[in-house]
Design a protein around this ligand. Sequence first.
Ligand code: 6MZ
Length: 371
Amino acid sequence: MEKCTNLAEMKEWCRAIPKIELHAHLNGCIRDSTLLELAKLLGEKGVIIFADVEHVIRKCGRSLTECFQLFDLFHILATDHETISRITKEVVEDFAAEEVVYLELRTTPKNNEAKGMTKRSYMKAVINGLRSVDTVDVSFINLNGKTESFCEPVQKSCTTCMEKKKIYVRLLLSIDRRETTAAAMETVCLALEMREFGVVGIDLSGNPVVGEWDTFLPALKYAKEQGLPVTLHCGEVSNKMEIQAMLNFSPDRIGHACFLDEDDWEKARLSQIPVEICLTSNLRTERLSSIHVHHFANLYNANHPLVLCTDDTGLFSTSLSNEYYLAAETFGLDKKDMLQLGANAIEFVFADSEVKKAIREIFRAFERRLA
Ligand code: 6MZ
């Protein structure tokens, strides 16, 4: 009984503390209810067979290959600008609802001729989604007068804003491993162009068994030269050569890092590369035999910079609070440890020092309320 109370208390603590999310893919975070609604609509239009899709959406526990098949389905369901704006709005609201105070949301800008979509118009839809959130106060842009050239202004009452929760949102543009060098370069150029609209970096993601490192390298190098931070999905599968090449590139952060050997970790340790840890994702996609052998424990004990993240809240039916609770419960961390772990992530965000200062203050204010 005592244990139960403690677990329940820890669960509530993990929900209540301020949190920072640095590894979440927009289309992987779509609400199940929204996915089903979109699938039903497309089913009625005869674009898909709803019964088949419903089964896929509701399935629990997927292999990595099945996950990427599901992403293809997500991309069929969420291809028009309006839907992209809607899911962006919902995803931000969901993160804010569980006390995420800074969200670095990543997404792959997509060209889709049939829908009249370009990478740029896709991102415009994302920005419009951010601007349409009205249940929480979203800070995503430096209002320097350039907003109007990209999006329609949204009228908000200042009094209402004052009473709302606040979430800082910044964007990472993802390069999909299926893309060509030219497409990757297009994404980096778009990211540079959109820096004043909250874009703070580049991510390399997608099916880890697809594509070659050399294909993306020119675009990633260009991003780095231009001062745009880069995070890489690194070692999601065993691929020694690629892991070494990625670490030699000195990315600003890496995600997953499930298949690094001791010499790779030595390198990561020397350069203190922060690791984005996605416990549920790694478990569900069978990257490890058990959560107890997850590299989180070694990294945590060695004081290596790390941040707990969700990866895909929708796909893996998880939340950031849940990831915190899972870590606390599995690795025996207490309330203070969890709050500290969350606060440590401030140093790894790609946003500027003003934003970092503001988030630090949010954590301090939370601690003051406890005292
Ligand atoms: C690698 C992943 C991923 O960009 O369409 N993505 N890439 N490993 C993962 N772990 C399971 N989870 C998501 O969001 C969906 C896209 O993010 C990448 C894949 O490229 C997926 O298609 P966006 O918003």
